[in-house]
Design a protein around this ligand. Structure first.
Ligand code: FE
Length: 190
């Protein structure tokens, strides 16, 4: 029997990589829990809350879907595409309303940098650095292609929560708070 999604997520968030900082003031696990809390606090649909919670799952997965990528490796430009990797892993349980915003959240950063002059200034230093290894700001045709995805607005929303979820003082619910939501989304495969 396939492992339940909330158990798989719990295992991933308990991995050594989840306690890494990846150049940010918060650990990966704190960052993901904050992103989910921001999504929920904004009244987002369940699939968007789950996408916010899981958007960096790919940073915790190697290409084989098991071990993690270290902060040193990430900062050395080894982040080929953690959005793709995370979405592929999540597709074992969830449908496109969860997996597509996860897959596109790196593209969303490139889109916002290409279309919103103020956005780049909001990025953390680590996020600015990784932009260069992720392909840099999108040009016009790339931005139009991004807008053609039915999930691009959800991806942009995840990106905004992502950028805000870096507060070392934030007090937010733990993973157990999201278990019913994850199980329900997996049942509905939304
Ligand atoms: Fe993130």
């Amino acid at each position: 029997m396939m492992i339940a999604p909330a158990d798989a997520v719990a295992e991933l968030l308990a991995s050594a990589g989840a306690r890494d900082y990846l150049g940010e003031p918060v650990t990966v696990v704190d960052h993901l829990l904050q992103a989910a809390a921001l999504a929920e606090g904004a009244g987002s649909p369940a699939a968007l809350v789950a996408a916010a919670l899981l958007h960096d799952a790919g940073q915790l997965l190697e290409a084989d879907g098991t071990a993690g990528l270290s902060g040193a490796e990430l900062m050395a430009g080894r982040d080929n595409d953690h959005g793709e990797r995370g979405a592929a892993w999540l597709a074992s349980w969830f449908g496109p309303a969860v997996t597509e915003p996860v897959r596109l959240h790196v593209a969303a950063k490139r889109y916002l940098c290409g279309t919103d002059p103020a956005y780049y200034g909001l990025l953390s230093p680590a996020s600015r650095y990784t932009l260069t290894v992720q392909g840099g700001p999108m040009d016009g045709p790339q931005a139009r292609a991004f807008e053609a995805s039915p999930h691009h607005r959800a991806a942009l929303a995840v990106r905004r929560f992502d950028d805000q979820a870096k507060d070392p003082a934030a007090q937010v619910p733990g993973l157990d708070h999201y278990r019913p939501l994850l199980e329900e989304l997996a049942r509905a495969r939304a």
